[in-house]
Design a binder for this molecule. Structure first.
Ligand code: TRP
Length: 339
């Protein structure tokens, strides 16, 4: 079995309210890796159900993430787009990796502590085990590179630890070096998109205020209205990036502008330093609409008129994913000693 050199795997959860943070922080970066890597982009529905998902919404949300991948420019013919639950090797490998990972490792995961909150006893076992399934997602393709945001770095390190321990534990039966240790591809700065209502909090699907986020379902008018209402302060924009310190709302909008324009924040301030938000916000709204509406428009078209295409794409993607994952899992079975 040959070892891939440049295989990317990443995933987005179909939990609804796909927003600008998901686009700039994840999906857009996935697009850029297509020329240099063999890419596998997954809609991680097994991960989504670690918290309750309404079954009808889960189906719609799964299609929405797939539509976002395609509309953003991921080519499902050249690369692979599919939803996780269609490829059973993810869950099967996860079980074996459950027996490799240590409770002590998982109990250090900060995302579980954040997501479980105060009532940890009431969290699903799946939520606790989430990072092991994530390791299985990556390792079942023997992926070498994983584009992730800051918040997933700890999970990726855990994936490396699990891969390493598997390789060591099973070296006695041909497992040495079997799994490559996946490298994070941490995406550039300005990808941490914050709430439009509070520049110190991350933009989030679960914020009760719709004004806090720009979603990939918003119309041009929605986008402009949300930017107009975004929290800022009375001062004009500073001339330098240092001047953004302590001005979270302003910093966020400048960061969004920079990310959408593909330039540094300093460049944005070269143009807008000294200007009022009354000037900057309309410019940002115009840029956001120009960059997002081709994507959101295409997503809407697919969701409303071409669901068959989305479903067929996921099915074909899953077949190709299985063609990679199944032989890896078969070899894992032998290494572990299953007959
Ligand atoms: N945990 C990731 C997130 O919420 C999603 C994910 C699941 C993932 N499996 C993955 C990301 C494997 C990278 C690789 O953002």
């Amino acid at each position: 079995m040959n070892k891939p050199q440049n295989r990317v795997f990443s995933g987005v959860q179909p939990t609804g309210n796909l927003h600008l943070g998901n686009y700039l922080g994840a999906i857009r970066n996935f697009v850029g890796l297509q020329d240099t890597h063999e890419c596998i982009y997954c809609v991680v529905d097994l991960h989504a159900i670690t918290a309750w998902q309404d079954p009808k919404e889960l189906a719609a949300n799964t299609r929405e993430v797939a539509a976002a991948y395609i509309a953003a420019g991921i080519d499902p013919e050249k690369h692979i787009i599919f939803n996780q639950s269609k490829v059973s090797a993810h869950a099967e490998l996860a079980w074996i990796l459950n027996c490799v990972a240590r409770v002590g490792w998982l109990s250090r995961m900060t995302q579980f502590k954040d997501k479980a909150g105060k009532d940890r006893e009431a969290a699903s076992v799946g939520l606790y085990d989430y990072p092991v399934l994530m390791a299985a997602d990556i390792l079942v393709y023997r992926a070498t590179h994983v584009p992730v945001g800051e918040d997933q770095k700890q999970h990726l390190e855990l994936s490396r630890d699990i891969a390493q321990k598997f390789n060591n534990d099973f070296a006695v039966n041909g497992g040495a070096d079997f799994f490559p240790l996946p490298e994070p591809l941490i995406m550039g700065p300005a990808t941490r998109v914050m709430s439009l209502r509070d520049g110190t909090k991350k933009m989030s699907k679960s914020d009760p205020s719709n004004w806090s986020r720009i979603t990939l379902k918003d119309t041009a008018d929605d986008i402009a209205a949300k930017i107009r209402k975004a929290q800022t302060d009375p001062d004009p924009l500073p001339e330098t990036v240092e001047g953004l310190e302590g001005r979270a709302g302003a910093d966020n909008l400048v960061g969004i502008y920079a990310a959408l324009a593909g330039i540094a924040k300093a460049e944005v301030l070269k143009e807008f330093g000294g200007k009022q938000f009354g000037v900057f916000k309309p410019a940002l709204a115009e840029l956001a609409v120009a960059r997002l509406s081709p994507i959101t428009g295409e997503m809407k078209r697919m969701m409303e008129n071409d669901q068959g295409y989305i479903d067929a794409t996921l099915e074909k993607g899953a077949e190709r994913a299985r063609a990679i994952a199944d032989p890896v899992y078969k070899r894992v079975r032998e290494i572990v000693g299953f007959i």
